[in-house]
Each structure stands twice: as C-alpha cells, then as structure tokens.
Write a new protein. Structure first.
Length: 206
C-alpha cells in the first residue's frame, strides 16, 4: 500500500503544473463526481445523516448516473471508448467519460444543478442534503472576491479570464438592496456557483 500511494503522489502528472497546459491532458469529469465536488466544496450536510440522494439516473432531468448503480463492472462507460470524428480520435486517445456526454445529458445536468445549487439535493422537503454558503455570502457584495473564492473551491485557481468575465457579468446583474440584502446576496452566490459548475473550466478536470 505504501508503494502504491507513493507511486500516485510522486507521479509526474500529479506534480508537474506545466502538464495542465499540454494538449490531451485532463478528462471530462463525470456527472456524479461533479455533484460530489460541489458537495465537498460547500461542506454539504445531511439532515437525516443518511444522505438521501435518491435516484439520479435520468439524463434528461438529472445526472444520468446514480452512485453504485453502474450497468457493468466497467462503470457507466466502456474504458476504451473513443468519441468518433473528433481530435481525440485523431490523436489515438481514449475518452471513456464522453460516452455518456451528449446534448440531452448536457442540458439535463445544467437544469439539475440549477435546481440544487440554491435548494439542496435529495429526498424529503426541505431537501435532505444542504450546502453551506456562509463564507460565500460574506463576500457577495464584492463580485471579484466571490469569484476568486468559487474559483479556488471548484476550479482550483484555474478559471480562465473569459469564464470569470461571464460569471462576473451574471453576479453584477443582481443588485443588493441595503434594506433587504439577504436575497440579493444569496442570488449572487447561487449564480456564481451555478455558472462555474456549468463551465468547461470545472467540467474538464485537470
């Protein structure tokens, strides 16, 4: 076990930051792992303590995956899958996660995240699994500070300037009423998180 852990942590791809800029480095983060990353980033907790996530199989309205319910021992996709007619195929690379990525799943994922970012996820009402945005709410008046924190937690400081501009435009479109600031701050945080979760910067893991 010691040798295995050392091999993973000392591997060149794990330690050399220049690898991020290389063509072909990275992978598409599958939907269940995107959800897990959001839950981890915002210390999501379960009211029941059982994390009643429920069925998320639908690709039209959910993740297109449910934890522990892959259809085969090879997970939700074939390990040697190559997206046809792509530069990935031309480079003789494989991209297994692309097998469950298509027009329907992209829209389904976005709609699902748009629903859960402000309201939590899971069974029951209110939803069983709730994120903690307290630190983000404290930064909501300052769009750049809020974006920097979301960038740190979800894209690990790699968010592109183009994506930051798009997120900033969305955040700054929401005004904060000084007499009733709670709603405005919440909406700003939710937009910043949702836009980032939908961005290539987050979905492509490097």
């Amino acid at each position: 076990m010691r040798a295995t852990i050392a091999a993973v942590l000392l591997d060149q791809e794990a330690r050399d930051i220049s690898m991020v800029a290389q063509t072909g480095f990275g992978k598409v983060r599958e939907p269940v792992l995107r959800l897990a990353a959001w839950m981890r980033a915002y210390n999501a907790s379960s009211a029941s303590r059982n994390y009643l996530l429920g069925n998320t199989d639908s690709s039209t309205s959910s993740l297109g995956q449910s934890p522990l319910r892959s259809p085969s021992v090879f997970n939700f996709y074939r390990p040697g899958y190559v997206p046809p007619n792509t530069r990935i195929a031309s480079a003789n690379l494989v991209a297994p996660e692309f097998q469950i990525l298509h027009e329907t799943s992209v829209v389904g994922y976005s709609n699902f995240m748009r629903s859960i970012v402000p309201s939590g996820v899971g069974s029951n009402s209110p939803r069983d699994i709730q994120p903690n945005y307290s630190k983000e709410l404290a930064l909501a008046d300052d769009a750049d500070a809020l974006i920097d924190r979301v960038d740190l937690l979800l894209t690990y400081g790699t968010m592109s300037d183009e994506t930051k501009d798009l997120v900033r435009e969305a955040v700054e479109s929401v005004s904060i009423n000084p007499l009733k600031p709670t709603s405005g701050r919440s909406n700003r945080v939710h937009l910043a998180v949702f836009f980032t979760l939908s961005s290539p910067d987050f979905i492509v893991q490097k």
